[in-house]
Design a protein around this ligand. Structure first.
Ligand SMILES: NC(=O)c1ccc[n+]([C@@H]2O[C@H](COP(=O)([O-])OP(=O)(O)OC[C@H]3O[C@@H](n4cnc5c(N)ncnc54)[C@H](OP(=O)(O)O)[C@@H]3O)[C@@H](O)[C@H]2O)c1
Length: 325
């Protein structure tokens, strides 16, 4: 299997290499791409040094089986269709193709059936959406979700390696703002992405639209507020859900949530520091006042669950469902 990673030097790209190693995926050929800035840089994969190449249209004309794209929406828009046209299956982490109707938006635990006999571009959802739908999909099957009210507490790494640098530099006295619209150190910022005409931000609208697409239900109402917090890795979410059908009791709800693949419901308090480098979405503080709604806290590693691991899980599922392994 010949695999290319575009954006290999970024937060998500580097984690993809680590997850590939951990999941023992050993491509016959692995090629790493990034911008001109990183050309010639060496990265390690399974103890072997690989040189990063500059992404060019020419390079994509070679025959690849798979590409993992993680270099932002404009790079994906320009280059992913070329890779797909030349025969590669492209798993794209950016927002470029997520809402294109004939492109599958996949969280493998939920809708991997879309991958069977599929070739072309596959979209990886937004990080906040992935960890939320993972804790909700079994509840939706059982009780039917009517409404979701969610507030996120998103880490600096959600804005890539430059977001992390800005937070770290501010701990050393800098007050420069290149990535975040306000000082992030000692602060919280209720704005991720630009504000759209309806008053919601781009990040919030991703949660609305992607949740409906993944759960296959355009009637679900989602009210999100997305907030940046001075945490390096790990997104947290406070999630309120109202159902169409009543549940018996919270023990039953807990069992339903926990029946989701790669989801754990725990009694203790879970924080971003507790979940760093984990591939599990954690749910805690499950509580309610009645039998038709619940409130809970959800935490996951945004770079793994929200990006790299989801992409590698798509890769593995796609290979299995299409006879590659
Ligand atoms: N961070 C998250 O939590 C998260 C979660 C889900 C999805 N995503 C998505 O994943 C993508 C990458 O995110 P990230 O956090 O890894 O960002 P990042 O740390 O800023 O890394 C960006 C990567 O893209 C490369 N790149 C930038 N411009 C390029 C160009 N013109 N041609 C080729 N490569 C280029 C960079 O290469 P250089 O090193 O050469 O600059 C770097 O490898 C984004 O689309 C993001 O929305 C991120």
């Amino acid at each position: 299997m010949k695999l290319g990673i575009v954006g290999a030097t970024g937060e998500v790209g580097r984690k993809m290499l680590k997850v590939l190693e951990e999941y023992k995926i050993e491509p016959d050929e692995l090629h790493l791409f990034a911008s001109e800035r990183s050309e010639g840089k060496e990265m390690l994969f399974n103890g072997q040094k690989l040189k990063v190449k500059k992404l060019t249209k020419e390079a994509l004309k070679e025959k690849y089986d798979y590409f993992l794209f993680s270099a932002g929406a404009s790079v994906s828009r320009e280059f992913a269709p070329i890779a797909a046209k030349n025969g590669a299956t492209v798993i794209d982490n950016s927002s470029a193709f997520r809402m294109v109707s004939n492109i599958p938006l996949v969280v493998p635990e939920i809708n991997s059936h879309l991958l069977r006999n599929y070739r072309g571009i596959i979209a990886n959802p937004n990080c906040s959406t992935i960890q939320m739908v993972l804790s909700l999909y079994k509840l939706h099957e059982r009780y039917g979700i009517k409404e979701i009210i969610v507030s996120t507490y998103q880490s600096a790494s959600g804005a890539g390696y430059k977001g992390i640098s800005e937070l770290i530099e501010q701990t050393r006295g800098s007050r420069e703002k290149r990535i975040f619209p306000k000082q992030i150190l000692y602060n919280v910022i209720p704005l991720i992405g630009n504000i759209e005409e309806n008053g919601f931000t781009q990040e919030e609208m991703k949660m609305v639209n992607e949740t409906r697409k993944i759960l296959g239900d355009p009637t679900i109402t989602v009210f999100p507020t997305t907030v940046r917090v001075p945490v390096i890795y790990g997104h947290s979410e406070s999630i309120f859900v109202r159902f169409k059908r009543e549940y018996e009791n919270l023990t039953q709800v807990r069992e339903v949530v926990a029946s989701g693949e790669n989801v754990k419901v725990v009694d203790e308090i879970v924080t971003p520091l507790d979940v760093e480098d984990s591939d599990i979405t954690f749910v805690c503080r499950l509580r309610a006042f009645d039998k038709s709604s619940i409130l809970f806290w959800n935490v996951a590693d945004n770079i793994r669950v929200g990006a790299a691991t989801n992409a590698i899980r798509i890769l593995i599922k796609h290979m299995k469902l299409n006879g590659v392994i």
